[in-house]
Design a protein around this ligand. Structure first.
Ligand code: NAP
Ligand code: G4F
Length: 320
């Protein structure tokens, strides 16, 4: 039985990855940071099947102890301050956790478990003000937020530990991926939840930011499989993971409101406070390498994804 250590297991991707690895008969250990309240709702259905250990990406000792005690075969570093707007208000913390935190996990592995395989959750936000379309593994980075900049650091330190110490380190450059477990502040979940609230008569309109921004949106359940596939290869390499289809936020509103039989134009207001100081205008990925070398392809389309999210939120709000 293989053992996987997942940082960020309480997040969206952590919960899908834990489920996926349990299905492959892994021993799954998740690292969680201490809190005065437990926030394990994404993990409740796996209670008794996964183990949890305390640790924080800003604390080297906790990571050393976790890696030393768990003795993982695979380490998935998913923990991060992952919300882009927060990174302008908390740039130092974002750099500490999303950037330097990667070095700390790599150091814990190098010192305590060098034979383990390491996955870094890199991001299409690194492409930022894109220098090539579509974006692939060789596209230069031009990040547009403290978050994107921290992820560029995390990406290159992963490459550097592979090249400096011959460790098995992979970086997955994942484009936006969503699900009914997505955090409520991200645009897809904000919209699916608000659609359900409007349908339930709990709110009247929704405030939005830039409707022209375009993203390559996929389903988180599909994307965690690609993370695992990267660590099963003979050689460590980096991969773009994306659907290759781009939609605007306006398209997303259209898909979500239509799924509930409504017209978005009747409910949406623009709030200038939600416009970002520097925007990533458009992202679209080219996952040819992942398809060719991992055999990975996405299964859920954008329309199916939004339908799934709206249905799940309508059920939660008692209107489905
Ligand atoms: P998420 O839902 O925001 O989860 C982030 C996780 O990180 C949570 O478990 C959080 O714990 C944990 N965390 C935050 N600060 C920490 C710290 N100081 N020490 C330890 N754990 C900490 O993010 P996600 O959507 O699952 O994304 C997973 C990873 O992929 C992130 O690194 C994200 O930046 C990256 N990524 C995501 C996407 C996407 O579209 N989802 C695309 C590309 C890359 P709490 O529950 O305690 O807050
Ligand atoms: O859903 P978002 O907040 O995601 P964003 O900024 O693209 O970042 C997500 O994907 C990255 C991968 O590319 C991850 F690395 C990162 O951790 C995170 O998961 O915003 C998407 C777009 C933006 O252009 C934003 O300006 O939607 C636009 N938008 C328009 N109105 C809005 C809103 N975004 C949010 N969150 N809320 C709005 O009301």
């Amino acid at each position: 039985m293989k053992t996987a250590l997942i940082t960020g297991i309480t997040g969206q991707d952590g919960s899908y990855l834990a489920e996926f690895l349990l299905g492959k008969d892994y021993r799954v250990v998740g690292m969680v940071r201490r809190s005065s309240v437990d926030r394990f709702e994404r993990l409740e259905h796996m209670e008794g099947k996964i183990e949890l250990i305390q640790g924080d990406l800003s604390d080297q000792t906790s990571l050393d102890i976790a890696v030393r005690d768990v003795k993982p075969d695979e380490i998935y570093n998913l923990a991060a301050q992952s919300f882009v707007p927060t990174s302008w208000n908390q740039p130092g913390l974002t750099g500490e956790v999303t950037g330097l935190g990667v070095t700390r996990v790599l150091e814990a592995m190098r010192k305590n478990r060098p034979q383990a395989r390491f996955y870094q959750a890199s991001s299409s936000e690194m492409f930022g003000k894109v220098l090539e379309t579509p974006q692939r593994e060789t596209t230069p980075f031009y990040p547009r937020s403290p978050y994107g900049i921290a992820k560029v650091y995390g990406h290159w330190i992963t490459v550097n530990y592979r090249e400096s110490y011959d460790l098995f380190c992979c970086s997955g450059i994942l484009f936006n991926h969503e699900s009914p477990r997505r955090g409520f502040e991200f645009v897809s979940r904000k919209v699916s939840d608000c659609v359900a609230r409007i349908k339930a008569g709990k709110m009247e309109h929704i405030n939005m930011g830039n409707l022209d921004a375009r993203r390559d949106w996929g389903f988180a359940g599909d994307y965690v499989e690609a993370m695992w596939m990267m660590l099963q290869q003979d050689e460590p390499r980096d991969f773009v993971v994306s659907t290759g289809v781009s939609h605007s936020v306006r398209d997303l509103l259209d898909a979500a409101f239509s799924a509930a039989g409504m017209k978005w134009e009747d409910y949406v207001r623009i709030d200038p406070k939600l416009i970002r100081p520097a925007e990533v205008d458009t992202l679209i990925g080219d996952a040819t390498k992942a398809e060719r070398e991992l055999g990975w392809t996405p299964k859920v389309s954008f329309e199916e994804l939004m339908e799934m999210m709206v249905q799940a939120d309508m059920k939660r709000h008692g209107v489905a």
